[in-house]
Ligand binder design. Structure first.
Ligand SMILES: Cc1ncc(COP(=O)(O)O)c(C=O)c1O
Length: 367
C-alpha cells in the first residue's frame, strides 16, 4: 500500500509510473462477456440467488472440470463465492474450530495469515525456499505436524508471489499425505489457466476430500466482479451452505451470470495470456543481467526476484526505484516477514509495451 500510495502521488504530479506492483490483470473482460453482462443488466432486476450459486454457473463450472481435466464433478459439491476471498472464510469457518492450526507457506499471499488470525485460528507459517521451488513437501509438513499438530494446510499452485507451481506428482504426494494425517487440504487454484511451461493439475484429481478454492479474478480478468468458487468435500457442503447463507446471502447475481459466460471466451483469454507469456520472457531474459536473482516462473504473473546482490533492504530499494525510475514493484516483506527484505515481486500482468519500457529504465538505472 505504501508503494501504491507513493506511485499515486507521483502520477498526480504528472509522472509516467509503470505499475508492476498490482496483482491483477491489466486487460478488461472480452467484449462477448461484457455484452452478456450488459444484456442481463438491462433486464433491470438483480436479486438474491441460491446461496451456492445459480444452476447456470454451477453447470458451467462442472463443464470446465470435464473439459479441462476430464473430471466429473457433481454440481452439488460446487459452491459459488464472492471471490476466492469468501471461499477462504467459508472453508476456515466450516472446517475448523477456534484455536485450530492451519499451515501456510512463507512466502505466501498475505491475506491468508490475516483471515486465519481474525477468525481465531492459529496460523503456522512454514518457510519454503528456492530449493523446493518454493513449495511445501510432505516431509516438511509431517515434521511440522509432529511438532505442532495441525488441522489443515493451505497451498497455492501456481503461487503468489513466487509464480512457481507444484508438479502433478508433488500435488498428489501432498494431498495424499494430508489424507494420511487427517488434515484438511485446501488447494488455492486461483491462478489456474496461467501456466506457461508446466502441466497444470487440480487436487480434485487425487482426492474428494480436498477443499478447492478458485476464482474468476485472474485468468478471467474479473477481480472487480467479486466472483469465485469452491469444490467441497461432501461433508462440508451443508455446513458451508448454512454459513454462506448467513454471511453473504448469495454472491452477486450479475457477476454469476457474467462468469458463466466467461468460460465461453477462452480464445480471447488465451490472447491475453499470450501477452503475459511474452512479458514473462522479457523479464526472465533481462532481470538476471541486471543483477536480480530469478527462478523460472511456471505460472501466474509474478517474478519473485532475489535482490541480495543489489540491497539488503528491499523496502528501501523499492522506494528508491520508484522515486528514480517510476517503476512500482512490491517489496518481499509483504509476503515473507523474515526473508522478504531480500526479495521483491514484479507483476507482469500489464501491457507488453510497459514491460519493455520498464526493462529499458532499469538498464539505465542499475548501470
Ligand atoms: C493466491 C491468491 N489467492 C487468493 C486471492 C484473492 O482473490 P479473489 O478474492 O479476487 O478471488 C489472491 C489475490 O491476489 C491471491 O493472489
Amino acid at each position: 500500500m505504501e508503494v501504491l500510495n507513493a506511485a499515486n502521488r507521483l502520477e498526480q504530479d504528472g509522472a509516467h509510473v509503470l505499475h508492476m506492483e498490482v496483482g491483477q490483470p491489466g486487460a478488461p473482460i472480452p467484449d462477448s462477456v461484457l455484452k452478456v453482462a450488459h444484456d442481463y443488466l438491462s433486464s433491470g432486476r438483480l436479486g438474491y440467488t441460491e446461496a451456492q450459486g445459480i444452476p447456470l454457473l454451477k453447470k458451467s463450472i462442472a463443464r470446465y472440470y470435464k473439459q479441462t481435466f476430464g473430471l466429473t464433478v457433481p454440481e452439488s459439491r460446487i459452491f459459488a463465492t464472492t471471490g476466492s476471498s469468501a471461499g477462504f472464510n467459508l472453508a476456515f469457518l466450516a472446517g475448523f474450530d477456534r484455536g485450530d492450526r492451519i499451515a501456510i507457506t512463507s512466502p505466501g499471499y498475505p491475506a491468508y495469515r490475516n483471515i486465519i488470525e481474525v477468525l481465531g485460528l492459529e496460523c503456522v507459517e512454514i518457510e519454503v525456499g528456492p530449493e523446493t521451488r518454493w513449495s511445501l513437501t510432505p516431509e516438511i509438513l509431517e515434521e511440522v505436524h509432529n511438532e505442532k499438530p495441525l488441522k489443515g494446510v493451505l497451498v497455492a499452485s501456481p503461487a503468489n508471489p513466487t509464480g512457481t507451481m507444484m508438479s502433478p506428482e508433488a500435488l498428489k504426494a501432498l494431498s495424499e499425505a494430508c489424507e494420511a494425517m487427517d488434515l484438511w487440504f485446501i488447494s488455492d487454484e486461483i491462478y489456474h489457466g496461467l501456466a506457461y511451461d508446466m502441466e497444470e493439475e487440480t487436487a480434485l484429481r487425487f482426492t474428494d476430500k480436498a477443499i478447492i478454492v478458485n476464482s474468476f479474478s485472474k485468468y478471467y480478468c474479473m477481480t472487480g466482479w467479486r466472483i469465485g468458487w469452491m469444490v467441497l468435500p461432501e461433508v462440508l457442503v451443508r455446513p458451508v451452505e448454512r454459513i454462506a447463507q448467513s454471511l453473504y446471502i448469495s454472491p452477486p447475481e450479475l457477476a454469476q451470470v457474467t462468469a458463466a459466460a466467461a468460460f465461453e471466451a477462452v480464445a480471447d483469454y488465451e490472447k491475453i495470456k499470450a501477452g503475459y507469456a511474452a512479458n514473462r520472457q522479457v523479464l526472465l531474459d533481462h532481470l538476471p543481467q541486471l543483477g536480480f536473482d530469478v527462478l523460472p516462473v511456471d505460472g501466474a504473473f509474478y517474478v519473485y526476484a532475489g535482490v541480495s546482490n543489489l540491497t539488503n533492504d528491499s523496502m528501501a530499494f523499492c522506494r528508491k526505484m520508484l522515486a528514480e525510475t517510476h517503476i512500482a514493484v512490491t517489496p518481499g516483506v509483504d509476503f515473507d516477514l523474515t526473508r522478504g527484505h531480500q526479495y521483491m515481486r514484479f507483476s507482469f500482468a500489464g501491457k507488453e509495451s510497459d514491460i519493455a519500457l520498464a526493462v529499458e529504465r532499469l538498464k539505465d538505472w542499475v548501470k
